[in-house]
Design a protein around this ligand. Structure first.
Ligand code: PMP
Length: 409
């Protein structure tokens, strides 16, 4: 190395590829706006309120749809498991990491979905990564909605199957792709119940009929519908009467269940073999005992949460109408889930509106590409069954004031 080597930037700096996003972020912060991606929850008071920047803030950007994070039975179960089983398993599910609690939460999932098999992963991300990359292999085809979650795309990338995307929720486009697949190849169709950016649902009944008519197996990610949508909270497939046609349901504990973890449930008779061949299940530590205990308790309570589901629907309808009536452009014409997306004209005004809402005492998600479709900037509102009717009215008022200040409405 020459004496002057340290004066020059290293050639081939692997971080050069991040320069566009570094510049974008710097430009945004230079406009004086608070960094929307580094907010700290200083104290969490309830499923719907926290202290942010020293002030009490209404939470409208969590996935805590059913408000289970502070359920007293859930918390008690977690504390008991900490006392009885310790802080962590320090091992894989296939070695020393399967405790009674892991079996109990898998049984709770089988009961919740009325299915034969359940496999729990450390996150929902890993559930998609593991199941998709393992079941669709060389010579197989995956046909998936283009707006699929990053964990689904990453599962496709990790496996060896051919990946064929189709236009969002477009039944004909999906059918066309399926018909082009060579005779005899294995086919997996991947759909989501609720698409989390716009809050819209999939026409699963029609899509699954087409998938089955073309000999495909079907995997549905119900991350954002579990606990809330469907008569028993099993998701959009249950609501549309086609859950028995779904081969694999993927879900997470990080939303309605109120903790962390992921899962796959299935009636496939050979399902259990996945425990030996699915690398994101085998080569990672299992969830801590306190987490599986809270999850099992929460899942069993969600089986009897009809009143909470009804109230959450009420909240979703009220917020959707309130924002629409005040002139905001929303992701869906009518409320389809607990997510109401407000479309912003651009990132700058989206960040401005996000900050104005925070100053009002309201937290929502600012979502931008690559998470969002069509390069959109969104203010994503996700409701909780524990938001009171009064809080929802307060939220609408906050949106109206902030929207006028920033010039969105
Ligand atoms: N699937 C979908 C559709 C999601 O939105 C998410 C997370 N937002 C996941 C899977 C991953 O869930 P987890 O947070 O448990 O990793």
């Amino acid at each position: 190395m020459s004496d002057t080597a340290h004066d020059t930037a290293p050639r081939g700096d692997l971080f050069d590829k991040f320069q566009p996003i570094i510049d974008l972020r710097a430009g945004l912060l230079a406009s004086g706006v608070e960094d929307p991606f580094s907010l700290v929850m200083e104290k969490v008071l309830s499923p719907t309120t926290a202290i942010c920047n020293g002030r009490e803030t209404i939470l409208l950007g969590t996935y805590n749809y059913m408000g289970m994070t502070f359920d007293p039975d859930v918390i008690a179960a977690g504390k008991q498991a900490l006392d009885d089983f310790g802080a962590g398993t320090t091992g894989s599910r296939v070695l020393n990491g399967t405790y009674a609690g892991h079996k109990a939460v898998e049984q709770a999932l089988c009961d919740f979905y009325a299915m034969d098999h359940a496999m729990v992963f450390s996150t929902g991300y890993q559930a998609n990564l593991g199941v998709i990359s393992t079941i669709a292999g060389k010579g197989d085809y995956i046909v998936l909605d283009i707006d699929s979650h990053a964990s689904i795309w990453d599962g496709c990338k990790m496996g060896d199957a051919e990946v064929v995307p189709f236009k969002h929720n477009d039944i004909e486009a999906m059918e066309k792709r399926l018909k082009r697949i060579p005779e005899g190849a294995g086919k997996l169709v991947i759909l989501e119940g609720v698409y989390s950016m716009m809050g819209d649902i999939a026409p699963l009944k029609e899509m699954i009929a087409v998938a089955k008519a073309n000999g495909a197996m079907v995997l549905v990610d119900e991350a954002h519908s579990m606990g809330f949508i469907g008569p028993n909270g099993r998701g959009v497939a249950e609501d549309q009467g086609v859950l028995d046609q779904v081969d694999f349901v993927i879900g997470t504990f990080s939303k309605s269940v109120g903790t962390v973890g992921g899962f796959c449930v299935s009636n496939h008779p050979k399902f259990e073999i996945l425990r030996l061949v699915c690398r994101p299940y085998v080569f990672t530590a299992s969830l801590p005992p306190s987490v599986v205990a809270t999850a099992a308790t929460s899942i069993r309570k969600l089986m009897h949460a009809g009143d909470k589901r009804a109230h959450l629907w009420e909240n979703s309808r009220t917020l959707h109408k309130g924002l629409k009536d005040r002139g905001f452009q929303l992701g869906t014409d009518n409320p389809q889930s607990a997510i109401i997306s407000v479309i912003m004209p651009d990132l700058e005004r989206g960040a401005g509106m996000w900050e104005a809402l925070l100053k009002e005492g309201l937290y929502v998600n600012l979502a931008r590409p690559p998470a969002t479709p069509a390069n959109m900037t969104l203010l994503r509102c996700s409701l909780c069954s524990e938001h009171s009717a009064e809080q929802v009215q307060t939220i609408i008022g906050m949106f109206e004031r902030a929207g006028r200040t920033v010039g969105i409405i």
